[in-house]
Write a protein that binds this ligand. Structure first.
Ligand SMILES: [Zn+2]
Ligand SMILES: [Zn+2]
Length: 375
């Protein structure tokens, strides 16, 4: 023991503090006293003390023993110092090591046997523009390491059960104590006999050779929600690879790729169409057919429509993924094309138009002559 103060005093928390309070207090103090950031001569000792208090109070079993009989009851479990072996490593490493997995899968299991999780898988799925807009159910097929049916994923031959590892007593880890500059350190390593799993399979399943997994072909129906877009991922929890010997399965991520529409452009929920009009159509108005999500339909263009006009068809775009029943808009962007090649008759008519409004225009053949001169 480095101190006479109680572990609660060291962390500055009440005796009835919650796990979250303890974790918060530890984190704050560790940040303040970590030797990497605090040059104070006291820092090493303080950090060790804080760490020791946290090791005990963050573990419900050890905290209970400590509450009843103090450090004496903890035996070699108490006063352990750093669980990181020699040296402290980087500041970032420390916190990563400390908090990784603490909140999530198995609180308090950090010291116990660890179960390896199955790998996450990624499946790239191509859908058409229409399928992305309307939503669809797709069947996908792939090969993966899946749970062995013979042993139900345990890896043990049917009728047998895995036994507790005798090398580590089922804890999955082996401790060695060594002296360092900072005092006594306990080095914790995964048990090599059971690979940290705490259990050993004496008679392995024949089909998976004790792994609990076999290569399988899997078919899965994936429902693609209306409004999905390029680059979106659909997560299917637990549909990834199985874990060895019955651990938690990985996830399957379906990465969606949308094949673009030939005429419509999409930006999120908004859809754009570029409509080309002639000068006469824009000036006189017209009826034309445009592609929409629902198919081709007629659109009326008013006389005197200007270039760069946008006609907005409300709620004719792509459905919102998170707001069912609502859709973006279809934007029809008007482009007015000035003819570059004119027949004799067309030229004559345009010249008449210019004469009617008193505009000056170039005489016929002028540009061709300029071109010849430049060539
Ligand atoms: Zn098996
Ligand atoms: Zn073991």
């Amino acid at each position: 023991m480095v101190t006479e103060r109680s572990y609660y005093e060291v962390l500055g928390v009440e005796r009835n503090a919650s796990d979250a309070d303890i974790k918060r207090a530890f984190r704050k103090l560790a940040q303040q006293w970590h030797p990497d950031v605090n040059a104070d001569a006291e820092a090493v000792g303080r950090f060790k003390e804080i760490n020791e208090a946290y090791q005990v109070l963050s573990d419900p079993k050890r905290r209970q023993i400590y509450d009843v009989v103090g450090t004496a009851g903890l035996g070699d479990l108490g006063g352990a110092g750093s669980p990181f072996g020699e040296g402290f490593g980087g500041f970032g490493d420390l916190f990563d090591a400390f908090f990784a997995g603490m909140g999530g899968n198995a609180p308090g299991s950090r010291r116990g046997a660890r179960r390896q999780a199955g790998a996450d898988l990624r499946y790239d799925l191509r859908v058409s523009f229409d399928e992305a807009v309307r939503g669809i159910e797709k069947e996908i097929e792939f090969d993966l390491l899946d749970k062995c049916g013979t042993c139900a994923g345990t890896g043990a031959a049917p009728g047998s059960i895995p036994s507790v590892c005798t090398a580590c007593g089922g804890r999955g880890e082996v401790r060695s104590v060594r002296q360092t500059l900072l005092g006594q350190m306990v080095n914790v390593t995964a048990c090599t006999r059971c690979n940290g799993e705490g259990r050993v399979i004496d008679s392995p399943c024949r089909d998976c050779k004790g792994d609990g997994r076999v290569q399988q072909h899997k078919k899965l129906r994936v429902s693609i929600p209306a409004g999905i877009d390029e680059g979106h991922q659909i997560r299917l929890s637990g549909e990834g690879e199985a874990a060895p010997r019955g651990g938690p399965a990985g996830n399957l991520y379906v990465a969606v790729h949308v094949i673009p529409h030939l005429a419509l452009r999409r930006d999120g929920t908004e859809v754009y169409y570029d409509l080309q009009l002639s000068i006469a159509q824009a000036a006189l108005g017209t009826r034309t057919r445009i592609p929409t999500i629902e198919g081709e339909e007629e659109l009326e263009i008013r006389p005197g429509t200007q270039p760069a006009t946008e006609i907005r068809l409300r709620s004719r775009g792509v459905p919102h993924l998170r707001r069912p029943g609502t859709r973006g808009d279809l934007h029809v962007l008007i482009h007015v094309n000035v003819p570059t090649k004119l027949s004799k008759r067309q030229r004559q008519l345009l010249e008449e138009l210019a004469a009617e409004t008193g505009e000056v225009v170039l005489p016929a053949g002028f540009l061709d002559r300029v071109k010849d001169a430049l060539d």
